[in-house]
Design a protein around this ligand. Structure first.
Ligand SMILES: Nc1ncnc2c1ncn2[C@@H]1O[C@H](COP(=O)(O)OP(=O)(O)O)[C@@H](O)[C@H]1O
Ligand SMILES: [Mg+2]
Length: 272
């Protein structure tokens, strides 16, 4: 779905992305991690053709972004900006979703059917003005208008920042359901709990370099990499690492509960 081959990107004299290579296959759920200024948003913009590499090559579904029109790339890769207001331009929620479909679906009835599906998925009122809604709701409107186009890959730049817990779970519920149905996900996040709960793979950026790429379960325990990227692991893997011993493999609350219960049972038997 997405491939970076030795990609660098300069902004004036500053090298914002340095020699990055990776490949994301259809159906994966990958998280892109890194501290502020690490280059995550720049890497997202390179992934959808809004920026072109200074050197190296980016391909989306086999199309070289340097030689493919952004509108063609956008059909394969839907992109949710870090700030949803950058992609909202209509007076009503329904208008916004239908607008996004105008160049993708020629049949008007089909556009309205798809828009209706999205309003239901996010429990949105189609008649409301997006600019009178909360940030979390506007984020959902922006996501709904992208998803109505049914992209094969979804690139999300910090989709849960600034949202309350319920809004965060609504967005992540929709995203993980899409992933289960085959949509490829690349999600920028600095929320390690959300990453641990939803992503399978993590790519770690530090100073524009890709310093790690592997299963989230492994990377959450990789203290050296996380330190280098100034990231803190999610709470359960952090606890697992500090407890060590039989607890060192715990990754979820359920894992940890089961291990504690087993340890208690063993102590109980020993006491008897
Ligand atoms: N529009 C811009 N003009 C100049 N420098 C920028 C711009 N956007 C980002 N940068 C710089 O590029 C680097 C990477 O930024 P960015 O990709 O936004 O990082 P992240 O999303 O990980 O916080 C930073 O050093 C940032 O200051
Ligand atoms: Mg960013």
């Amino acid at each position: 779905m997405l491939r970076f081959d030795g990609v660098s990107f300069h902004r004036g004299p500053e090298k914002v992305i340095s020699d990055v290579s990776f490949e994301i296959r259809a159906g994966e759920f990958a998280a892109l991690l890194g501290e502020n200024g690490a280059g995550k948003s720049t890497l997202c913009r390179l992934s959808n053709g809004l920026l072109k590499p200074s050197s190296g090559r980016v391909t989306v579904c086999g199309d070289d972004t340097a030689r493919t029109r952004t509108s063609v790339i956008a059909r394969n890769a839907g992109f949710l900006f870090q700030n949803p207001d950058r992609q909202l331009c209509q007076n009503t929620v329904l208008g916004e979703i239908v607008f996004g479909l105008e160049h993708v679906v020629s049949d008007r009835a089909e556009r309205e059917r798809r828009a209706g599906e999205m309003l239901a998925a996010f429990s949105l009122d189609g008649g409301r003005d997006p600019f009178g809604m909360s940030r979390g709701e506007r984020q959902q409107v922006a996501l709904a208008s992208i998803l109505a186009r049914k992209p094969r890959m979804l690139i999300l730049d910090e989709p849960t920042t600034g949202l309350d817990y319920r809004e965060c779970m609504t967005i992540m519920g929709v995203v993980s359901r899409l992933n289960a149905e085959g949509t490829t996900i690349l999600m920028v996040s600095h929320d390690m709990e959300v990453t641990a709960d939803f992503a399978e793979r993590a790519l770690v950026l530090s100073g524009g370099r890709l310093i790690a790429d592997g299963p989230v379960r492994r990377i959450m325990r990789d203290v050296k990499t996380l330190d280098e990227a100034s990231l803190l692991p999610a709470q359960i893997p952090a606890l697992a690492v500090s407890l060590g011993g039989v607890f060192s493999d715990a990754f979820t609350v359920d894992d940890m509960t089961a291990l504690v219960e087993r340890a208690n049972a063993t102590r109980g038997e020993a006491a008897r």
